[in-house]
Design a protein around this ligand. Sequence first.
Ligand SMILES: Nc1ncnc2c1ncn2[C@@H]1O[C@H](COP(=O)(O)OP(=O)(O)OP(=O)(O)O)[C@@H](O)[C@H]1O
Length: 617
Amino acid sequence: MTDHELRPPRPPRPRLSLRPYARAVGQVLRVSFKASPGAVIMKVVGSLIAAILPLVTTYFAALTTTALAEAYAGNPDAGQQAVLYVLITAGLGLFWGAFTSVDRYIQQVMSFRVGAVVGDLMYERFLALEFWRYDDKDTVDLYDRAKRFSDSYSRVLDRIAAIFTQLASVILAIGALLLVSWWVALVVLIAIIPSVYLQFKLSREQMAHWNTQVDSRRQRRLIETNLIRPQHIAEMRLYGIVGYLMDLRSRLRDADELRRLEFQKRYIPKQLAADALQYGAEVVALIWVVGQIIARAQPVGQFLYIQQIVSRALTTANSLVTSLSSIDEDLANLKDYEEFMKYPTAVGGGEVLAKAPAEVTLQNITYTYTGGTAQVLKGISLSIRKGQHIAIVGENGAGKSTLIRILAGLYQPESGEVLLDGQRLRGLDISSWHRHLAVMSQDFLKYEFATAANNIYFGNVSVPRDDTRIERAARDAEASDFIGNLPNGFENHVSNWMEDPRGRKGSGLSGGQWQRLAMARNFYRGAPFIVLDEPTSAIDALAEHRIFGRLFADREHTIIAVSHRLATIEKADVIYMLEDGQVAESGTHAELVTLRGRYFRMFESQLGLDPENGTGT
Ligand SMILES: Nc1ncnc2c1ncn2[C@@H]1O[C@H](COP(=O)(O)OP(=O)(O)OP(=O)(O)O)[C@@H](O)[C@H]1O
């Protein structure tokens, strides 16, 4: 086990100064305004009302108290005044109640709209990145942090609104105290400062810790994904690894969470001292106002006024600090979000390929994976003519799949070129090449949320679904029989977890059935270039023989097959044998067998040679 908690933590990222802070808030507001301008305006108005209204209510409550005291002392007009103030206070309460109901709805609309826009943008960017970035750890780390921000975007917006309200409330409360006594206002202001400072320090430490734990959290997440997938449970139980993984997960979680809690624990005494200071300020203010009332320097209602306003200033300041420290972390992740959204995308530009090329040439291709030291492809040259059937063979790790990805334009070669009828692939609009390509890779997709028919249709969604072609593709991939046996045939969902709108449950598929479905999808695409990267590893030999028999009998399609099975390989016009990132041998099956070289040695056991004279039986 590689315990990430044992790694030395990385240095914390630089602190946010006030300017980027303001810029970040501005950025959040801009995006939100674009998504829903009316809602942003309502939110600003709502924040101001939320700050002002409690103070106005307190003011009338204080007036009511004073009027009551006067009425009690025998002033008949004061009683009427008190009733009027009570009615005004009730009216304000009614208005506040109605306003909060509307405001709650607006907040939900806004959260939804803004969250949807930001989330969609993030997905789009992630899915359109240059392909090499998916192998790059720094990109994935940044994505993780940026995703954290985008997931909480609407919450950030709510917090910004809350901060506006709280800030306005504190300022107004201090202003309201200034009207009564400048030094009471000053005492309250001073009492607020230590608490603000402490909360900020705590949140900074927690944030720095969070950023050092990216790897351990990812490890934990991957373990959790493994643990909850039913497909994995069989192996995990059979290997008896469930307990071990649970234990590893708990250790990673505890190391992360306990450290956070430890920070909080360390701050408790300091926080208590800061709280005591605040209570002290409140008591001082109250004693002062009591003295003033007794000396008849202030009306009776002023006690209520001071008590309410001071307590409001202190509690709102505390909430402000909590909001600021929680948004602190979010805004730091906003920087990551912005950086991530600046990553260039792979799509766009370039000359459009007018028709399927008649020849594809790989010219002296070299490639090294991002972050890797070893060159995986070391100068590969080969050419594929229209209608030709090519097989690429070689040991595990020889570079076959990498070569396919370069041919498909997913990876850019380090040196060398992919040429389509002499045109450089890197200068072309890549999607115009993909239209002529159908690639089925080893780790093909299982669309578990869809029906069998749609799993095939997803091979080409650019035109409306054609059920006749779906059925033909299924026949060619030998998938018709098992699909026909599903309770609802092609309209059957292919996962036990799914159910259609009529309540018909889906059925799980075997590994080979999934593979046939993926191959049907590849055929349905109807592309002139078919690339199959170990397409039949889970398909039984007879079915494979029939599928490839049909496929290779057709000269309409150019076929490039990566395979370890001789039955498939020997049908190809040209076989390229890769070894250590280079073409070690090439030729027809017969030529390579006669050569008695590497190809021969690799497939010797499958050749079924007559041991007497070394010829095929
Ligand atoms: N995403 C990746 N990041 C870094 N290195 C990789 C990545 N994928 C493959 N490699 C490395 O590149 C080399 C070639 O891998 P590739 O998948 O092309 O081999 P292959 O011939 O298709 O193997 P197999 O027969 O096992 O499918 C391997 O040594 C592998 O370690």
